[in-house]
Design a protein around this ligand. Structure first.
Ligand code: APR
Length: 239
């Protein structure tokens, strides 16, 4: 049914999670095998408390993530979504991912709910730097402030413009597709419900089941997002 709905929908919105980037080589957070949070408490690592009380460990965790990020790049699925936006097959992407891969693949209408790991900023003067600075051992601003990733830490508010954009798009959606998210965190996991409440069809594409599956009009489990998007894209190439 997804192929039919995708062709009929005049306003399709995508919500992506970490499962969108595992085929690029980046780990997700909660997958049974190598989720980043497995056996860890994210509140103790990726939080404002960690930044303020344990800055060495905090920076080491994020330096490690930046190293991984720089070794990876968008995969075919990111490029298919960017092409679909150009062809007006989809309208926008709401992403929980901080890898910047949707932007790098050419998507324009993006809401980055959890910020951007490609950028650092000084905790004191807010000056921005590319996250490569962490690779060169640059952790402090000339004003002596700590350089931190421009991601939303546990305990921080999400960017208002990203939230407003995501809410507007969810309300306008006729078709809302979740790609690679366990839908474990709020407010990101509320947007599929907002779309549904406003009359949209909801499709969840995720290898593992999610707690939101019963809200969905269709779920696709046990298939990789890259394969699903390539199959759908082939159907559109026939037009
Ligand atoms: N194809 C389909 N699904 C996949 C794939 C894939 N190639 N790879 C992983 N998945 C699924 C996993 O089964 C998992 O259920 O993607 C889901 C990713 O879920 P999480 O690891 O919980 O990631 P996400 O939903 O993005 O987490 C949300 O939590 O800690 C915060 O800020 C962090 O943005 C993150 C948020």
């Amino acid at each position: 049914m997804l192929e039919k709905w995708l062709k009929e929908s005049k306003y399709t919105v995508i919500l992506t999670g970490a499962g969108m980037s595992t085929e690029s080589g980046l780990p997700d957070f909660r997958s049974a095998n190598n989720g980043l949070w497995n056996g860890k408490d994210p509140g103790k690592i990726a939080s404002t408390d960690a930044l303020n009380q344990n800055v060495k460990e905090f920076i080491e965790f994020y330096r490690h993530r930046v190293i991984g990020l720089k070794e990876c790049k968008p995969h075919k699925g990111h490029y298919i979504l960017a092409d679909w936006e150009k062809r007006d097959i989809i309208k926008s992407i709401i992403t929980q991912n901080v890898d910047g891969f949707h932007k790098l693949a050419g998507s324009k209408n993006i809401s980055e709910l959890h910020g951007d790991l490609q950028t650092l900023h000084c905790q004191k003067c807010k000056k921005e730097f590319p996250s490569e600075e962490y690779l060169h051992g640059h952790f402090q601003c000339s004003c002596a402030g700590v350089l931190r990733p421009s991601v939303v830490l546990f305990g921080e508010m999400l960017p208002e413009h990203a939230l407003n954009f995501a809410a507007d798009e969810s309300e306008r959606a006729e078709l809302f597709i979740v790609l690679g998210s366990s839908l474990s965190v709020t407010p990101a996991n509320q947007f599929p419900l907002i779309a549904k409440q406003n009359g949209a069809k909801l499709v969840i594409i995720n290898i593992e089941p999610t707690d939101f599956d019963f809200h969905a009009d269709e779920v696709i489990h046990n298939r990789k997002i890259g394969e699903v998007l390539e199959d759908l894209d082939r159907a559109f190439k026939l037009y």
